[in-house]
Design a binder for this molecule. Structure first.
Ligand SMILES: [Zn+2]
Length: 153
């Protein structure tokens, strides 16, 4: 679902069915990675794997030794892949880590969902939840009694 125009405030009540969506603050959804961030993370994995496989293959072919044994036959000795990985793994991890770092820096989102009717919407990670009217009323009731006390002159 697209991000709405009024995305600075996340409603406490579902706009579709008007039920209270998150009964406690702890049940509210956390900021999660956006779709773009997730795709960038997948791309980071693919790039790292492709770099590792390609560079290992190139080094393996580069350092292969050919020993002819006659009749147009030859024995090919490849260097151990574990040895090559010592060099190719750090090289492959570098672009993967850079892309992963970029994905982590992208703006996060909050996916808000109604338990009752299934209404859902994405809000930017900076959006705040609306202050609870019931909590505000309780706070006012608590402070109103003391403010109505007679003041000592
Ligand atoms: Zn609802």
């Amino acid at each position: 679902m697209p991000i709405t125009d009024d995305c600075s405030r996340i409603p406490n009540h579902c706009p579709a069915c008007n039920k209270t969506m998150y009964s406690s603050d702890r049940s509210r959804p956390n900021r999660t990675m956006s779709l773009g961030g997730g795709l960038l993370l997948v791309l980071a994995g693919i790039v790292a794997a492709a770099t590792y496989l390609t560079s290992t293959y190139i080094l393996r072919e580069r350092f292969a030794t050919h020993s002819p044994i006659g009749n147009d036959l030859e024995i090919v000795h490849y260097p151990p892949t574990v040895m090559l990985s010592i060099f190719t793994l750090p090289v492959a991890l570098l672009p993967g880590l850079i892309l992963g770092w970029l994905a982590n820096r992208l703006p996060r989102v909050r996916r808000v969902r109604c338990w009752n009717c299934g209404w859902k919407q994405k809000f930017p990670g900076t959006a705040k939840f609306e202050s609870r009217p019931d909590a505000a009323a309780a706070h006012n009731a608590a402070t109103a009694s003391s403010s109505s006390w007679p003041t000592i002159v």
